[in-house]
Ligand binder design. Sequence first.
Ligand SMILES: [Zn+2]
Length: 398
Amino acid sequence: MLSKIIGQAEALAFHLEPQRAIRLLNAMPASVIETLQRVRFRQTLQLAATRSPFYREQFRRRGINPRRIDHPSQLGDFYTTGEDLRAHVEDFRIGRADTVFETTGTTSPVPKRVYFSRNEIDEMGKASALGLYFLGLRREDTVLSAIAAEKGVWPLKFLFAGGENITESARAMVQKTWQAPLYLSYGQTESFGSMGVECAKQSGYHRNDLNFVFEIADCDETGSGELVYTTLTRNVMPLIRYRSTDLTQLIDEPCECGLFARRRAKIRARTDEMVVCGMGNVGPWVFEDVLRDVNGSGAEWQAVVKHNGRRDVIELRVESENNGHEAEMERAIMGNLQDRFSDFWKNYEMKLYEFRVVPYPLGSLRNGRKLKRVVDERQMGGVVSKTVEATPTSNCQE
Ligand SMILES: [Zn+2]
């Protein structure tokens, strides 16, 4: 009964003018959103357990009784992965699909396929629309290319981008060029649409708790781990505890902007971009930090881990203008490594690895749509490489 009232309140909210909808959602206590999540989760789980051969088999094998489960965290070590989607996609599909999307990922030549109904896409669109309204988008505003065609590139209210995680230095560069804030949205092909958007504070993504339950798997002492999500409003191909491969953490403290939706930190790395090498356990955030405020380095970079027969070699490829300041840039990078990462520096002094900075011409590193930031090339030389595999152990949510 309560859930029905909540569902109706939410449905009403989405039919109101956006500013009234946000006011209504902000006024709801957090427990209302949690109840809505619980009800939607139970419906999704029932649907998956009774109609999808994949989930049915997995739950049977693990002795899980879906009727006893209220929250994804009660599913123990059960997760779904991109590999499951690649291997058994037809066993996930349980309803009539109007549309199919395929990923263009960097990790495997085999695309992942995800099915949706038009209705599901509309549902996701409503939540995204609220996020954009909150950022200041109004009906009379036009999208970027239409403004540019008419008035040139000025003025812009804001830029809105999704997909790949832009570094903070690249964001600063874009904001400076366009004289407008750049807000980010987070989503995956598998999630369809936005699982979170930034607000004007740019301090984490506000989670889309109306359409998803988020958890963190395998977290470290700081609460950082792999983002796992469960869809709440999908009935063509529901995803239960889907492993995003993105490393981040949940932020439950309210945001200064006052929006009801809680937040998630920026993506730190992808689990498949973390590498154990002579330097230590490294991911993209390490090199991003090492390159921060280095004069003369362009926005694009890539770290390649190799082995020279004796030790690992970390080759940091950095785009830069060919202006004769390469040696200075290298000195600044090594200085940052020493100042900001004492453990990695200790290993450097112990000669556990070599570190090389290799300048590249501007625009030469990115040849596909996505640039893989950390690449382990040690397999090719026949040297055993250890890429960190996320093994499901514990869940960070109590
Ligand atoms: Zn905020």
